[in-house]
Design a protein around this ligand. Structure first.
Ligand code: GAR
Length: 211
């Protein structure tokens, strides 16, 4: 099974979706370590409840020294035998050094249909823009924020009467299906990075990324 390291900063509902997926028989990945940059992240409790190893590497312990912060995370991940790092609500921008260390083995879930709405407050901005579809993206991480080869996306409608909370809830539900789906594609060797793109192998490659 592919060994995952899940990086979180907070609630950890996407972490929970990965925990649940990994618990299902036949799922081709397992979580080796959950690492948080915040000691009070609720996701740490979820991991502990599932009997998964946890670690806290706080950026506050390395003031002004991002390289040391990231090196400490890197050591923990390598010690745990992690093969694929999954960012799940991890709210620190990673340096080109860290991204390069985990080239093509570092993925992120972002609450928009990239390349639209990079950054924060994606649901507010989707509403303000008037898009009729919104959604989420799992992608390989590159040094630029919310950039990199797209592995999978899920779209949800923007409905009359939506506010940012209602829209966020609808997107989050899709995230919880999409992230395990993307991890499965990678773990099964069916999603390969090819330049700036991810090629999906399978009997119906075009359909393979639709939930
Ligand atoms: C999720 O919506 C995730 O897509 C988003 O933060 C939320 C974390 O929720 N990530 C980002 O905005 C990354 N910049 P969770 O902690 O319950 O999984």
């Amino acid at each position: 099974k592919l060994k995952l390291g899940v990086l979180i900063s907070g609630r950890g509902s996407n972490l929970q979706a990965l925990i649940d997926a990994c618990a299902a028989p036949g799922f081709p990945a397992e979580i080796a370590l959950v690492l948080s940059n915040k000691a009070d992240a609720f996701g740490l409790e979820r991991a502990a409840a599932a009997g998964i190893a946890i670690a806290v590497v706080s950026h506050r312990d390395y003031p002004g020294d991002k390289p040391a912060f990231e090196a400490a995370m890197d050591v923990r991940l390598r010690e745990a035998g992690v093969e694929l790092v999954c960012l799940a609500g991890f709210m620190r921008l990673l340096s080109p050094w860290f991204v390069g260390r985990w080239q093509d083995a570092l993925i992120n879930i972002h609450p928009s249909l990239l390349p639209s709405f990079k950054g924060l407050d994606t649901h507010e901005r989707a509403l303000a823009t008037g898009v009729r579809f919104h959604g989420c993206t799992v992608h390989h991480v590159r040094p630029a924020m919310d950039d990199g080869p797209i592995i999978a996306q899920a779209a949800v409608p923007v409905l009359p009467g939506d506010d940012a909370h209602r829209l966020a809830d609808r997107v989050l539900e899709a995230e919880h299906k999409l992230y395990p789906h993307a991890v499965r594609l990678i773990a099964e060797g069916r999603a390969r990075v090819d330049g700036d793109l991810v090629r999906i192998d399978g009997p119906a490659p075009e359909l393979a990324t639709i939930l």
